[in-house]
Design a protein around this ligand. Sequence first.
Ligand code: IPE
Ligand code: IPE
Ligand code: MG
Length: 254
Amino acid sequence: MTADSQLKPQNLPQHVAIIMDGNGRWAQRQGKPRVWGHKKGVEAVRRSVSFCRELGIKSLTLFAFSSENWRRPEDEVSTLMQLFLMVLQSEVKTLHKHNVRLKIVGDLSAFSDKLKANIAKAEQLTADNTAMTLNIAANYGGRWDMVNAARLLATQVQNGTLTPADINEDTFAAQVQMAEQPELDLLIRTGGDVRISNFLLWQAAYAEFWFTDTLWPDFDQQVFSEAIAAFVNRERRFGCTGEQIRQLATLGKG
Ligand code: IPE
Ligand code: IPE
Ligand code: MG
């Protein structure tokens, strides 16, 4: 089967997340400062959003800045914050024109007032768009996400709107980030490292993982297609046996 014939809508992931790693090394390999790689990485973001729109993928979640990335040298952190603000301001109109809803997921409290105001404005402008949702994970940590969900549930218990017995996987899942979107199907990491780096710990429970040595600024439609083709060829069993899954697939076709 060719990659093209495998890209049938019914087989495609609905929600893809990417750990966009390798910007620093990409720049250093060309004798440039690390921040050059972050700037070039913006082009790979644009390409990825277009690719998902063309394929009809409903949610794309990009890891832009982790809760641990504050540990980096101050000048890199401040350049990343400036870049985030600039890109937000320059890209939001195009996203809106293409009917893309923008969401920033993460602990926004750490950002400057200016950045927070721009985030709110961009989210409001695009709130009703329906082609796809682009989630940018900024100051995001999977552990933060779960602790935040626990705190929200505790507040409901305190208010008397929930009892401890009501806390289960469904009520918890409703409080984590992106609860209103399709479940995460595919998690991609560029840059050669094989780890999750505190990304979507809850949401990735049954996601398929795909790793590539490609550094983020080099990530293009070709590499993205390879990831999608790999996903399409996987058998997702969710705890069942392969026989059960194949039987279900036959019933579905009948
Ligand atoms: C990913 O690229 C972008 C961010 C974490 C902000 P890196 O900056 O981690 O690049 P490498 O991994 O050092 O090459
Ligand atoms: C993960 O990359 C975070 C982002 C891509 C934003 P890192 O480069 O920060 O991850 P580690 O530190 O190598 O695990
Ligand atoms: Mg890195």
